[in-house]
Design a protein around this ligand. Structure first.
Ligand code: C2E
Ligand code: MG
Ligand code: MG
Length: 587
């Protein structure tokens, strides 16, 4: 029993992570006051470790620690009581102690006791003359010891208790889960993350009512969740508006979801916490010790995001969706480095062929990314991820600079071409886009007409008015525009008529199925071609994979085609070879 208590006491001490930390003025101030009150040269905050007294704070002591054996501070820690030794020389127990040997004659120590009742050590004063301790001196020493404990607890709770909700934090969740995994490895548990509000709702609350109101709502919600959980289970505050908790052991998942639904019904019904009406809940079953605490939390949070996306209240963790989401974040995270690295990004070029003459007058620039560990990642995957972020600008700039470098090199080699580059909707919001394009052209002595900018119909329609204004400026600067993926973006005829695009690229979805002069795709493409010609546009068909499709498109009067039938997107040397063989063929 004795051993067990000492083990628990040591555990409590070690968990505070105070031992062997640097000195701190917060403690030294108190230690100096203790020395002053007693008018003595030596004072210390002394913690009782397994076999040493370690000094968190010391006045007049050179050592950081002394052996625990025959140290009066150890007695203070063990008895959790004041200890006063008026004269070491005549003391039955301490006369032959190390302190006595070094000339100590007087000692007074007040216990440092945690809220749970563990004695950590002592706040002590020492003197080299025998003396008595007056009751008021001991009362002050006891008060100062309480202040030391407050300081210890404050430091310990820092980062562990959220100052707004008063609930333990994410760090504490992870630590508690690790402890639990040691106690009951393999036990089945369910982690729950409740996300109270969407980002835009939070922004609205802060914008309309101020950050203090948001804090208040978070506090109310924390209270409501803890109430529903009851006194024996802990809710953790793991994100601005996110709370997490664990199910009791060995609950069946569906049964627990029913419990959760009922619990959150109660919360919703509480009028003061209307805030949680759009709560999204993620549920992740796992076994203790088999998944890291960080992963448990991340998985449950990712399920909560799923719930938010599908507009449901509760979603169960799915490994496949979690992987997809993780890959999404990994790609986003790594793309910044790819832009800086020399060897991850490169450009390939896909020829565009004039259907009437068979000549290649232009090519589309397409970005390629070889990820250091994931290998080739398709732009169809990474472009939609990064183009919604601040990376859209440097990416387009990278492509533009490298494409124009290549164009200049080809021009110097006697190859006359127009290159098109793809830009993202976000680029249209950059006030200096046109200036940057012009600068890049001038720096390489290229004409604006040698460059074409491709923008998808759907990107254009994301902000039609702004896009139109920007595209007009582009046209005024002499830079040609192509509407990409036409037919998928729902632009109206009225709008299309206003867009200063010389070229329209019919999306491959319509072209791929062109195999005979009949069928729905045939009718659709024929109609598009007729309409676009009436609007005076030049038409490029994308995704031409067969001779048949090429012939049908030529028959319709479509000007240009691009697709695997003519050439796949090509690396620079292969592109040069392709052009050379094509020219030889035509000659
Ligand atoms: P996109 O601009 O419509 O480019 C055409 C895509 O179709 C390319 O895919 C090309 O490889 C593919 N393709 C060409 N011919 C055929 C064919 O005959 N059959 C089939 N099945 N596919 C064909 P890729 O290179 O994977 O690019 C996908 C999309 O990623 C592009 O579609 C474009 O929207 C975007 N993208 C690529 N590079 C860039 C870039 O540098 N910047 C931006 N913003 N987007 C880019
Ligand atoms: Mg394109
Ligand atoms: Mg396209």
């Amino acid at each position: 029993m004795q051993d067990y208590r000492e083990a628990a006491r040591l555990d409590a001490l070690h968990q505070l992570k105070l031992l062997d930390t640097p000195p701190s003025e917060h403690f030294d101030r108190i230690t100096r006051m203790a020395a002053q009150i007693f008018g003595l040269p030596i004072a210390a905050v002394s913690l009782t470790d397994r076999d040493r007294q370690w000094f968190k704070s010391r006045v007049g002591v050179e050592h950081c620690s002394i052996p625990r054996d025959k140290a009066p501070c150890a007695e203070v820690a063990e008895t959790r009581d004041l200890v006063v030794i008026e004269d070491f020389a005549t003391h039955a127990c301490y006369a032959d102690s190390l302190l006595a040997e070094h000339g100590t004659r007087f000692y007074a120590g007040a216990p440092l006791v945690t809220r749970e009742g563990y004695g950590l050590g002592a706040l002590c004063v020492l003197g080299v003359e025998p003396r008595i301790a007056k009751p008021e001196e001991l009362a002050a020493l006891t008060d100062l010891a309480a202040m030391v404990m407050e300081q210890i607890e404050l430091q310990h709770s820092f980062g562990r208790i959220d100052p707004i909700s008063g609930l333990p934090t994410r760090a504490q969740f992870c630590e508690d889960l690790s402890d639990l995994a040691l106690d009951c490895p393999g036990q089945a548990r369910i982690a729950v993350v409740a996300d109270l509000a969407r980002d835009d709702q939070i922004a609205k609350i802060v914008g309309a009512m101020g950050a203090a109101r948001l804090d208040e709502m978070v506090r109310e919600a924390a209270h409501a969740i803890q109430n529903v959980l009851g006194p024996n289970r802990t809710a953790y505050h793991v994100g601005t508006t996110q709370f997490a908790f664990l199910s009791p052991p060995d609950m069946e998942v569906q049964a627990y979801i029913t419990v959760l639904e009922r619990g959150f019904e109660v919360i919703r019904a509480t009028s003061s916490v209307r805030f949680v009406t759009s709560v999204a809940i993620g549920v992740r079953p796992f076994r203790l010790g088999e998944v890291t605490p960080e992963d448990v939390l991340r998985g449950a949070a990712s399920a909560a995001q799923d719930a938010r996306r599908i507009d449901g209240a509760i979603a169960l963790y799915s490994e496949a969706r979690d992987h997809a989401m993780r890959r999404h974040y990994d790609l986003l995270q790594d793309f910044g480095a790819a832009l800086e690295a020399e060897d991850q990004l490169r450009l390939v070029f896909q020829p565009r062929v004039d259907l009437a003459t068979g000549r290649c007058l232009s090519a589309e620039t397409l970005l390629r990314w070889r990820h250091p560990t994931l290998g080739e990642v398709s732009p169809g995957e990474f472009i939609p991820i990064i183009e919604q972020t601040a990376l859209a600008r440097p990416t387009t700039q990278w492509v533009l600079e490298h494409a124009l470098d290549q164009l200049a090199a080809w021009q110097a080699a006697g190859l006359d071409l127009t290159l098109s580059v793809n830009i993202s909707a976000a680029n249209l919001m950059e006030a200096d886009l046109i200036q940057r394009i012009q600068l890049a052209l001038i720096a390489r002595q290229l004409r604006p007409s040698q460059l074409e900018v491709e923008l998808t119909e759907s990107a254009m329609m994301a902000q039609p008015e702004k896009a139109l204004a920007m595209l007009r400026e582009l046209a005024e600067a002499g830079i040609a525009l192509a509407i990409d993926d036409f037919g998928t973006g729902h632009s109206s005829l009225a709008y299309l008529q206003q867009v200063p695009a010389h070229v329209v690229k019919i999306d491959q979805a319509f072209v791929r199925g062109l195999s005979s002069a009949s069928g729905a795709d045939f009718v659709l493409v024929e109609t598009m071609v007729g309409l676009l010609h009436k609007l005076g546009r030049r038409i490029v068909a994308e995704g031409v994979e067969t001779a048949e499709a090429a012939a049908i498109l030529a028959g319709m009067g479509c000007e240009e085609a691009q697709g695997y039938w003519f050439a796949r997107p090509l690396e620079v040397p292969a592109f040069a070879e392709w052009i050379a063989s094509r020219t030889a063929l035509a000659a």
